[in-house]
Design a protein around this ligand. Sequence first.
Ligand SMILES: Nc1ncnc2c1ncn2[C@@H]1O[C@H](COP(=O)(O)OP(=O)(O)OP(=O)(O)O)[C@@H](O)[C@H]1O
Length: 259
Amino acid sequence: MSFVEVDEVSRVFHKRSLFSKSQGVQALKNVSLSIQQGETYALVGESGSGKSTLARIVVGVDNASSGQVSIAGHQISTSMPKENRRDIQMVFQSPYASLNPRWRVHDLVAEPLRAFGITQGRKATVQRVTELLEQVGLQADDARKFPHQFSGGQRQRISIARALSSNPKFIVCDEPTSALDVSVQAQVLNLLKDLQSELGLTYLFITHDLAVVKTMAHQIGVLKQGVLIEEQSADDLFASPQHQYTKDLLAAAPVLSVA
Ligand SMILES: Nc1ncnc2c1ncn2[C@@H]1O[C@H](COP(=O)(O)OP(=O)(O)OP(=O)(O)O)[C@@H](O)[C@H]1O
């Protein structure tokens, strides 16, 4: 069994209308995929294809209408036990929106440590926050600053430090670099790659931009209107895309050089 198993997941959103019966939007249709431990699975597709819906179900903040997800053998749902949640974290597209501007970096990174009871006492927490900041290329002193004192790329490093603080095994990265300049994107992608090899992390990487995943992904799945229409290893998909929709996504992708 793979580390992450998504098995026949469907999700229907019901929109209530005053004038007609409830209308259903089928955001995901029988999506199945698996991710090997220590690897990156990139899920690509246009806006509205269902990527974020799948991400939310995989981290257990939304439930599938049918089908199931398991990670490291544990069933994922909104009612899963708290101790299983610390193994799964998420890095979002916009570090501007996901970091509380009134909190210092120390508190942003330390919050999961407290929430999951990982460090005991102020000294141990400060020490762990320092380690985490250094791990993502920031400095111990940065803990005293507020998010607005950093560039976009540095803010995304703070989000990554926060995601790493609970020692997760699996991180869902939802468009983590799409709000950044191209040169900064490459730096953040390199950091994520380095952390993967150091810590053995497994990633689900969500993006509309195939260039971003060319050097990150082991396996790529293409989502169109809630259906996984194509799945190949990254090398094979770039060499011989099968579906016209994938060819169009490839043609639209700019070149991004990542070491
Ligand atoms: N809470 C919701 N209620 C109703 N419909 C929803 C809800 N969330 C998503 N949808 C619908 O489900 C479909 C898939 O949306 P989703 O956000 O998963 O796509 P996406 O590929 O992540 O797009 P984007 O890249 O723009 O975030 C869309 O038609 C969207 O309108």
